[in-house]
Design a protein around this ligand. Structure first.
Ligand code: IPM
Ligand code: MN
Length: 372
């Protein structure tokens, strides 16, 4: 089959890790006889340098004309340290999410058995952790009205949600829970925030259509603690935009490296796939960034395109690489493998798919589809 994929490598290590995901997708295309047409476009600080705009109109048009978007990373220290900068790289990503209507952000978190001792958390705590965060992505405090008084001394950001915005992602989260272990946890701050109380009301109502799913609630402060104390209690987590941003970075600690976590951002029409890590400017050009989050984002992209077998094969190649310690220095400080080498090896493992025991579904208990 033929697919068009927009590639937005972005800033910092974004281009390096994205190149590895593309390498793997090209291998998938070869093996399974598909054709992926990749079109690259600038976003973020790179786009500001080229055009003055973090999300040029042409980039948005390319995304809209594609079957999926593969995104790298965004951000540059020259903006982080300048609070008065009017144009910022992050605006490009936020505008992209909003313009493409990507209201559901899916972030799977799991503890790989072979990496269990790399986590800063104790193995017995994180064993069997496998949950997915459903983070609302186009509403809340990120997109509410922003104010700064004339003197620049008082500021506010409005957190607003409508029933519709909560309802549509809640359906996706309940469906995901139904395909997993039938448990959904809504994370909020309903003891303080009006928006959180609306979330509870709407999610409880939506839940009546999914009687097989057990719904529970956690305040975000408690959830932050539970995630470290007992992360295997979670199955599907549903939460609003900013809480989701924060707890997903926290969740990344469980697996031992933020460089392992992929994400899918989906709406009714478009879908974008990106690692959850940032642009890691200190690592740029050093061939040390972990490409696995980007490659696993490509796995989610394949699932989205309906290429389940292909997604499974690539996911499996990643799993074997990890098991064989073919990882970047974030997971093994002595590693002789850099960003490119890990990408090469995973592509190579994929090419030898037929010989790999892992590809026999009966022999390996494999991760469920993470996407709706
Ligand atoms: C993320 C990032 C973004 C966010 C930034 C870069 C705007 O941290 O995708 O988690 O806050 O959503
Ligand atoms: Mn984040």
């Amino acid at each position: 089959m033929k697919f068009k994929i927009a590639v937005l490598p972005g800033d910092g290590i974004g281009p390096e890790v994205t190149a590895q995901a593309i390498k793997c997708l090209e291998t998938v295309a070869d093996i399974f006889d598909h054709s992926f047409e990749f079109t690259e476009a600038p976003v973020g600080a790179v786009a500001i340098d080229q055009t003055g705009d973090p999300l040029p109109e042409a980039t948005l048009d390319i995304c809209k004309a594609s079957d999926a978007v593969l995104f790298g990373a965004i951000g540059d220290p020259k903006y982080d340290n300048d609070p008065s900068a009017k144009v910022r790289p992050e605006q490009g990503l936020l505008k992209l999410r909003k313009s493409l209507g990507l209201y559901t952000n899916i972030r799977p978190v799991k503890a790989y058995p072979t990496l269990i001792d790399r986590s800063p958390l104790r193995p017995e705590r994180i064993k069997n952790t496998n949950f997915t965060i459903y983070r609302e992505l186009t509403g809340g405090i990120y997109f509410g009205e922003k104010k700064l008084n004339k003197e620049g001394t008082v500021a506010s950001d409005l957190c607003e949600y409508s029933e519709m915005e909560i309802e549509r992602i809640a359906h996706h989260a309940f469906k995901a829970a139904r395909n997993r272990n039938n448990k959904l946890t809504l994370i909020d701050k309903a003891n303080v925030l009006e928006t959180s109380r609306l979330w509870r009301k709407v999610v409880t109502r939506v839940g009546t259509s999914y009687p097989e799913v057990a719904l529970d609630f956690l305040f975000v402060d408690n959830a932050a603690m539970q995630m470290i104390l007992n992360p295997s209690q979670f199955d599907v987590i549903l939460t609003e935009n900013m809480f989701g941003d924060i707890i997903s970075d926290e969740g990344s600690v469980i697996g031992g490296s933020i460089g392992l976590l992929a994400s899918a951002s989906v709406g009714d029409k478009y879908a974008l796939f990106e690692p959850i890590h940032g642009s890691f400017p200190q690592g740029k050009g050093l061939n040390i960034a972990n490409p696995i989050a980007s490659i696993l984002s490509a796995v989610m992209l394949l699932e989205h395109l309906g290429l389940q077998e292909e997604a499974h094969a690539l996911d499996c190649a990643v799993e074997i690489a990890i098991a064989r310690n073919i990882v970047t220095p974030d997971l093994n400080p002595e590693s002789r493998f850099g960003t490119r080498e890990v990408g090469d090896q995973i592509a190579e493992l994929l090419s030898n798919a037929g010989e790999n025991i892992c590809f026999n579904r009966e022999n390996v208990e494999f991760g469920r589809s993470t996407i709706i």
